[in-house]
Write a protein that binds this ligand. Structure first.
Ligand code: CAA
Length: 256
């Protein structure tokens, strides 16, 4: 499929999606979200892909929802058309997805990054939920996911004032897993993604599912879920291969 607002590449078993509306700092319009969702669907169905990297440009991961497109939206049309719900496709991706963020990740851009499984940040990254300055609040999960990442106090301050957070603060607050020099961001993200894509595909996906359970259920239920899935993994050849490889001091060769 030919895309106009994203670029899609494959690097071994890693699918790379670059947001690509440079004239608008990758502002997220309906077309871009549709193309992103189509690319995710394609990677999801492709057994040759074990991990996905989502990135933007040096200047912006994404500067938020497209304000020029949104300006004319009205209510109840936003309700009837269920505006924003289609953005959630990313958060339902079953394969692991890494956000590689350089420059601005604002509003919907920050929300999109938080829908990924973890965020690798360049030292140039700036995160924020400045929607309040536009007379609205975050609408793609910002008030919920940011609060879970950084806690109530910091999330509340950011959502109420629109203050941006730099990469150092974002790492300290637990929003990003690591900060790397901007020039190394994509290489590092692809390197980490290749490590994940080299693992047993079903174990990586089940690990993601289990970690995500911790957000949506009680500790006891989450641990029960983890245990059942862990036990079932002993019924699959990858467990025999992984443990034999350790004992034989050789790299494991997992099935995909
Ligand atoms: N929507 C549409 N266009 C945008 C945009 C956005 N979110 N962000 C930037 N652009 C456009 C600008 O209008 C500008 O276009 P023109 O050259 O045609 O004027 C171009 O991108 C470059 O932007 P700037 O000239 O503003 O660049 P800068 O370096 O001076 O500033 C910035 C960068 C601080 C990110 C600034 O562009 C900015 O504040 N952008 C808006 C950020 C924002 O408010 N995001 C939240 C959107 S609402 C939302 O996301 C709702 C939700 O929860 C889903």
């Amino acid at each position: 499929m030919a895309y106009e607002t994203i670029l899609v590449e494959q690097h071994d078993r890693v699918g790379l999606i670059r947001l690509n509306r440079p004239q608008a700092l990758n502002a997220l319009n309906g077309q871009l979200i549709g193309e992103l969702n189509a690319a995710l669907d394609a990677f999801e169905q492709d057994r040759g892909i074990g991990c996905v990297v989502l990135t933007g440009s040096e200047k912006a991961f994404a500067a938020g929802a497209d304000i020029k497109e949104m300006q004319v939206f009205s209510y109840p049309a936003t309700y009837l058309d269920d505006f924003i719900t289609s953005w959630e496709r990313l958060s339902r991706t079953r394969k692991p997805v890494i956000a590689a963020v350089a420059g601005f990740a604002l509003g919907g851009g920050c929300e999109l990054a938080m829908m990924c499984d973890f965020i690798l940040a360049a030292d140039t990254a700036k995160f924020g939920q400045p929607e309040i300055k536009l007379g609205v609040m975050p609408g793609a999960g910002g008030t919920q996911r940011l609060t879970r990442f950084v806690g109530k106090s910091k999330a509340m301050e950011m959502c109420l004032t629109g203050r941006l957070m730099d990469a150092v603060e974002a790492e300290r607050a637990g929003l990003v897993s690591r900060v790397v020099p901007a020039a190394e961001l994509l290489d590092e993200a692809l390197k980490v993604a290749k490590v994940i894509a080299g693992m047993s595909a079903h174990v990586a996906m089940q690990t993601k599912e289990s970690v995500n359970r911790s957000y949506e259920t009680t500790l006891a239920e989450g641990i029960r879920f983890e245990r059942r899935v862990f036990q079932a993994q002993f019924g699959v050849a990858d467990q025999k291969e992984g443990m034999a490889a350790f004992i034989e001091k050789r790299p494991a060769k997992f099935e995909h």
